[in-house]
Design a protein around this ligand. Structure first.
Ligand SMILES: C[S@@+](CC[C@H](N)C(=O)[O-])C[C@H]1O[C@@H](n2cnc3c(N)ncnc32)[C@H](O)[C@@H]1O
Length: 228
């Protein structure tokens, strides 16, 4: 099986609509376990620039000193934190991911203080301290069958007041329904006065033609600030 066929298999799981949540989570976990070893190589082959875009559009906004605390949600093999570090982030990074094999690859990069292997759900608090992080990143995981949109209020709870939620969300037809619900939840939190939108930019995600559109894939990079 070629790299791209492997990724097709993952795409089928990501966008499977008829699966129960629990089945989707299990299938996705199995797919990531298989992909983990070659994940970084495959991302280069796919010309993924998602994390570079995320960092480019948020580095100027974060608190950046040795005491700064970042939580990398759905950290995978650690590339979101790694790109922040390579761009000059000086602080401490913690990670959460559901997949133990992906997280093992991340640990080898030696950038995380704590790497927690747990699922982020729409119902439970995150397995970290509340009111604690200067910023939280979600790279590549606000998509179907990954993070449930209802986890957003739980993510906000772990930010310090003034802390930032930084994420990307693919601008594809297949992701449209998921993103609409995600944005509705974010707007709800804005209306409740819990967060404010700081930045929202359309930016490159994968620099090769996407089969859906024939054009390189882009994503919305968004930054929200916790107000209370
Ligand atoms: C596309 S990868 C992104 C990894 C990394 N953030 C990056 O940009 O390179 C998505 C990751 O989300 C994780 N994931 C999916 N659903 C999750 C959940 N409910 N809770 C925690 N992690 C999850 C997967 O295990 C996988 O490692």
């Amino acid at each position: 099986m070629t790299e791209l066929e492997e990724w097709d298999r993952l795409a089928k799981v990501v966008y499977a609509e008829s699966l129960e949540r629990a089945d989707a989570v299990n299938l996705l976990n199995m797919a990531y376990t298989e992909l983990a070893q070659n994940y970084d190589k495959d991302q280069s082959a796919l010309k993924a620039v998602a994390n570079e875009s995320l960092v480019e559009h948020s580095l100027d906004l974060i608190s950046n000193d040795e005491l700064s605390l970042m939580l990398d949600i759905a950290a995978g093999t650690g590339n979101t934190a790694l790109v922040f570090k390579n761009a000059g982030y000086k602080g401490i990074c913690d990670a959460i991911d559901i997949n133990a094999t992906m997280l093992e690859m991340a640990k080898q990069k030696r950038i995380y203080r704590n790497a927690i292997c747990e699922a982020v759900t729409g119902t439970d608090p995150l397995p970290v301290q509340v009111n604690c992080y200067d910023f939280v990143t979600v790279g590549g995981a606000f998509i179907e069958n990954h993070l449930p949109q209802a986890c957003v209020p739980h993510i906000i709870n772990v930010l310090k007041i003034g802390g930032l939620l930084i994420f990307n969300s693919r601008s594809t037809e297949k992701n449209a329904k998921y993103r609409e619900i995600l944005l509705e939840i974010l707007v709800g939190q804005v209306e409740q006065g819990r967060i404010a939108l700081v930045r929202s930019v359309e930016a490159p995600y994968v620099n090769r033609e996407c089969r859906e559109t024939g054009k390189p894939m882009t994503a919305l990079v968004s930054v929200y600030k916790r107000l209370e």
